[in-house]
Design a protein around this ligand. Structure first.
Ligand code: ZN
Length: 311
């Protein structure tokens, strides 16, 4: 299918690497599927948290920059990530968060129950009992079993001063349709996939621009099957008059980046080759993986990276 297949991954900025690792693996129960470095700044980690194999649509990635200042949520950025959880599991999560002293609010939106909360850097997250069935495989931990484990992305919210131009990209290029609306929140969905298929556009005309630093999202990546489809979308985006990068090899997928007219950095990323290229599925995330160009500097890089306690 040469379509956009929902979300591929989302990338955000954290400060302390250990705190980030602990929250996503221990508190929320994700698997660290890849521990690598920022290709442009190899003394910074790049963590990928997802399900067992890092299926596209489950993966949240971070650049943890020690000591980075806190960013500001605002217009022109992805401002909230909504994860899908099994029906009836919110009671488990509420009890867990109470025990761990994590503040949350419970509510309902588009007929779906949710709780919202923040990660230790202030990144806004939501767990949602989704209307759609969600049969995605999950990663289990001792404390978080499959019956309650987080399935992967349901939606991501983009805050915009005006949604029109962004909505046009979603509908005219990416094949999404507006399906619902609640006051100034507009829901767009693709029927190309069952899950990770929704983008919510929040229109706030008076919103200040966001500042991209700690606790904010850097970009969201949409998913395509392969490189041929990737380049087909490149043509469509160029035809719209938007600037877009050439194809970039990210080792675990191939990517293109462009800034949509509302200011949010969009990426399109391929399913191939996936995360089990330099490690077996069993060993995913267990050791530091470096791209070929940085491998000669491994000793230096390992010394420069913060120590990470993963047991
Ligand atoms: Zn990315």
């Amino acid at each position: 299918m040469n379509k956009i297949l929902g979300l591929h991954h989302i990338t955000a900025i954290a400060s302390d690497a250990q705190r980030n690792y602990d929250f996503y693996t221990k508190t929320l129960g994700f698997r660290l599927v890849k521990k690598t470095v920022n290709f442009d700044d190899p003394t910074t980690y790049h963590f990928y948290f997802g399900n067992e194999v890092g299926t596209p649509g489950t993966v949240l990635t971070f650049f943890p920059w020690t000591g980075i200042s806190k960013g500001r949520i605002g217009a022109g950025m992805a401002t909230e990530i909504g994860y899908s959880v099994p029906k009836g599991s919110l009671e488990f999560w509420k009890a867990r968060f109470e025990k761990l002293n994590i503040r949350f609010n419970a509510g309902e939106q588009f007929g779906e129950q949710y709780i919202d909360f923040q990660d230790p850097d202030g990144l806004r997250l939501k767990l949602i009992e989704t209307k759609e069935k969600d049969e995605r495989e999950v990663w289990e931990t001792d404390e978080i079993k499959a019956a309650v484990a987080i399935k992967g992305f349901h939606t991501v919210t983009l805050t915009l001063k005006n949604i029109k131009a962004t909505a046009d990209v979603l509908t005219e290029i990416f094949g999404y349709k507006q399906v619902e609306k609640e006051s100034n929140l507009y829901r767009y969905q693709t029927d190309a996939v069952e899950n990770a298929a929704i983008i919510d556009l929040l229109e706030i005309p008076q919103a200040s621009p966001g500042i991209n630093a700690g606790g904010t999202n850097h970009h969201i990546a949409f998913r395509v099957k392969d490189e041929e489809t990737l380049m087909e979308f490149r043509e469509k985006i160029v035809a719209k008059g938007l600037n877009i990068t050439g194809k970039i090899d990210r080792d675990y997928f191939f990517s293109l980046y462009f800034r949509e007219p509302g200011g949010v950095l969009f990426e399109i990323a391929t399913d191939n080759p996936g995360f089990a290229t330099d490690e077996t599925v069993e060993n995913l995330g267990s050791s530091l993986q470096l791209p070929t160009q940085h491998e000669p500097l491994r000793d230096k890089i390992e010394k420069a990276l913060p120590k990470l306690q993963t047991k």
